[in-house]
Every structure is written in structure tokens, then in C-alpha cells.
Design a protein around this ligand. Structure first.
Ligand SMILES: *[C@@H]1O[C@H](CO)[C@@H](O)[C@H](O)[C@H]1NC(C)=O
Ligand SMILES: *[C@@H]1O[C@H](CO)[C@@H](O)[C@H](O)[C@H]1NC(C)=O
Ligand SMILES: *[C@@H]1O[C@H](CO)[C@@H](O)[C@H](O)[C@H]1NC(C)=O
Ligand SMILES: *[C@@H]1O[C@H](CO)[C@@H](O)[C@H](O)[C@H]1NC(C)=O
Ligand SMILES: *[C@@H]1O[C@H](CO)[C@@H](O)[C@H](O)[C@H]1NC(C)=O
Ligand SMILES: *[C@@H]1O[C@H](CO)[C@@H](O)[C@H](O)[C@H]1NC(C)=O
Length: 295
């Protein structure tokens, strides 16, 4: 495929400009996204630069590359240069060049196959709140930077030992041929303080796998679970209410003319007129009984 394409490129130029070169070896260049790449098209040292025109083109595209803010053409003694600045994934491909001297083809068509890598580094690892699930003690999310090409491997480790279950890994396609991976991990066993969880990513753009680590502090999900939070809040409120009731009763019981029994009975009067007599009588006793139990 590549061979056919490069031949096509050379021969296209041949037809248009009567170039004599038709076999060139391909050089492969690898570059990281965002870096600058320079290609050189050589010509004889004796050539007067004023009479030279350099042409650059890519893959099988019939139109020559034009200078813009990311493509700079430079002519120097014995060489025409193409500077590709801040390369992006779509810049990958096979590049060709030719030099015309005094209206004659003179330079050799250089063929460079450019491969662009984008690294998944840095990895970001964060703990996310575990809502609702009481069986989850820790939830971590590991996210890569946008990378290229697509292939990768991701593993999770707990104190250096690989974990084989409890996580899901998802790859998303982003703009400009880039990919992002998000891996979510759920710890279903109680967590120990000081345990280190590591997310490790292997990718062709990096020699060593990239690591993102999370060390368990003193806060795990079990402390922030809403269910537990509600439970604790409820217990707290109950304790406060109980205390208030005890204090209130203590204060009111010190006043011999007012007691809780009396007040409730007065409120009941309107709705229960029929039973009024009996109620009032027994109410007196209850009031005194209550006072007696407090003291
Ligand atoms: C190069 O060519 C230009 C214009 O054709 C001419 O003015 C100049 O003298 C030449 N330079 C040399 C070193 O021959
Ligand atoms: C050829 O190059 C031009 C300009 O550089 C670009 O707009 C066009 O999409 C390219 N075509 C193909 C088939 O790559
Ligand atoms: C490089 O290109 C990217 C987009 O591909 C852009 O976001 C960034 O700002 C550029 N950097 C420079 C230094 O121009
Ligand atoms: C991922 O792992 C598989 C098998 O374990 C291996 O063949 C492949 O080369 C790895 N890929 C990367 C990008 O490390
Ligand atoms: C992991 O290592 C830390 C520190 O050495 C230790 O406190 C913790 O208990 C270990 N956790 C597990 C699950 O082995
Ligand atoms: C990540 O960890 C692995 C094994 O623990 C190690 O071989 C590798 O060098 C680490 N990567 C970096 C970038 O430190």
C-alpha cells in the first residue's frame, strides 16, 4: 500500500515536471504530538539559492503543501527544509519533496514516513464518592491524557499486587484522532489505611508504563455514605430532643402550678367535652405522680 502510494507520488511529479528520480527509500520518523519536525530535501551545494524552488507534498495528494503558521519552508545551502510545528495526529503520513533549479527538476524526492504518537501521561487518579452502595468501600477513577494510537493496556494494583476484578475500562474517541481512557475501580473489601492503589497504563509512546497512585487516607466511602450519614444525623437529633425534653421537664416540674399533664388536658377540653369531669380528676393525680417520679 505504502509502496504503491509513494511511487504514485513520484510518478505524478514525474509527469508534471519531467523528474528523473523514481526510486527512493522510505525513512520512518516518530514524533510526539506537539513537538516540531524538520524534513530536508538535499540538492547540490553549487546551486544558487535564488534559482531554487522547493516542492513538498504528502501521501497521494495532488496539491503541494502551502506555507502556513504550522508549516515553514526554508532554503539553505544544499538543502530545502520543511519545518512542521506543533505536530498533530493528522500530520502523520508520508512526505515527499522535489527541488526545481532554473526550471529543471534537480533535487531528489525525499520520502519520510511520519508517525505521530500522543502519550497517555499524565494519569489522573481520584477517589469519587460512593453513593448509595453500602458494599463499596472505595471508588477510584483513573483517567489518561489524550493519546494516539488507539492500542493500550491498563492494569490496577493494590500495594503492588495486580487486581484482576472490580474495575471497568472505557475508551473514548476524541477530536484529532486522539483517545482517552477512563477506568473505574470499586473496592468491595474493607480498606486499610496506607494501602496504595495504582493504575498502570502501557502504551507505545512511552518506554515504561505510566503510573497513577492513590494512597488510602483516613477517609473511605464508609464515612461518607449517605445512609450512614442520615442514620448518624437521626441519632444526633434524637439525643438532642431527649436532652431537651429532660431539661424542659426538669424546669416545669419545679413550678408546682404548671405541669405537662395539666397543659395537655386543657388542650383536650375542646374536643372531648363529654369526658371532661373524669379527665380533670385523674389529671390531678397524674400531675402529682409525674412530679414524684422526677424527684
Ligand atoms: C544567484 O542568482 C541571482 C539572480 O539570478 C544573481 O543576482 C546572483 O548574483 C547569483 N548569485 C551567485 C552567487 O551566483
Ligand atoms: C490534499 O491537501 C489539501 C491541502 O493541503 C487538503 O485540503 C486536502 O484535504 C488533501 N486531500 C487529501 C485527499 O488528502
Ligand atoms: C499546539 O496545537 C494544539 C492543538 O493541536 C494547541 O492547543 C496548542 O495551543 C498548540 N501549541 C502551540 C505552542 O502553538
Ligand atoms: C497489551 O497486552 C497484550 C497481551 O498482554 C500485548 O500483546 C500487547 O502488546 C500489550 N499492548 C501494549 C500497548 O502494551
Ligand atoms: C498496604 O501497605 C500499607 C503500608 O505498608 C499497609 O499499611 C496496608 O495495610 C497494606 N494493605 C494491604 C491490603 O495489604
Ligand atoms: C511504574 O511502575 C512500574 C512498576 O511498578 C515501573 O516499572 C515503572 O517504571 C513505573 N513508571 C514510571 C514512569 O515511574
Amino acid at each position: 500500500m505504502l509502496k504503491t502510494r509513494s511511487l504514485w507520488g513520484i510518478c505524478f511529479l514525474g509527469i508534471s515536471y519531467l523528474v528523473f528520480v523514481c526510486s527512493v527509500s522510505t525513512v520512518t520518523r516518530k514524533a510526539l504530538r506537539g513537538t516540531n519536525v524538520t524534513f530536508r530535501c538535499p540538492f547540490p551545494f553549487t546551486f544558487n539559492l535564488s534559482n531554487i524552488i522547493a516542492y513538498w507534498w504528502k501521501d497521494g495528494n495532488k496539491s503541494f503543501l502551502q506555507q502556513d503558521d504550522r508549516k515553514v519552508f526554508i532554503l539553505k545551502r544544499a538543502g530545502a527544509y520543511l519545518h512542521l510545528l506543533n505536530v498533530t495526529v493528522p500530520d502523520a503520513g508520508t512526505y515527499y519533496c522535489a527541488v526545481k533549479y532554473k526550471s529543471q527538476m534537480a533535487g531528489k524526492g525525499a520520502v519520510v514516513r511520519l508517525i505521530i504518537y500522543a502519550s497517555p501521561v499524565p494519569l489522573k487518579i481520584v477517589s469519587i464518592p460512593c453513593e448509595g452502595t453500602a458494599s463499596v468501600f472505595l471508588r477510584l477513577q483513573c483517567r489518561t491524557a489524550e493519546f494516539h494510537p488507539k492500542d493500550f493496556n491498563l492494569t490496577w494494583h493494590k500495594n503492588g499486587t495486580e487486581i484482576t476484578e472490580g474495575f471497568t475500562t472505557e475508551q473514548q474517541e476524541k477530536a484529532e484522532g486522539l483517545y482517552e481512557v477512563i477506568s473505574s475501580f470499586e473496592e468491595t473489601r474493607p480498606i486499610e489505611q496506607g494501602t496504595v492503589y495504582t493504575c498502570q497504563v502501557y502504551h507505545v509512546s512511552i518506554l515504561d508504563p505510566a503510573n497513577g497512585s492513590y494512597t488510602v487516607g483516613n477517609v473511605g466511602c464508609h464515612f461518607v455514605l449517605p445512609v450512614h450519614l442520615i442514620y448518624r444525623t437521626a441519632v444526633g437529633i434524637l439525643v438532642i430532643i431527649t436532652l431537651m425534653v429532660i431539661i424542659f421537664d426538669h424546669i416545669t416540674s419545679d413550678n408546682p402550678h404548671r405541669c405537662r399533664g395539666e397543659e395537655t388536658r386543657k388542650n383536650d377540653v375542646k374536643g372531648r367535652k363529654v369526658e371532661l369531669g373524669g379527665e380533670m380528676a385523674s389529671g390531678e393525680y397524674e400531675c402529682h405522680d409525674f412530679k414524684n417520679t422526677i424527684h
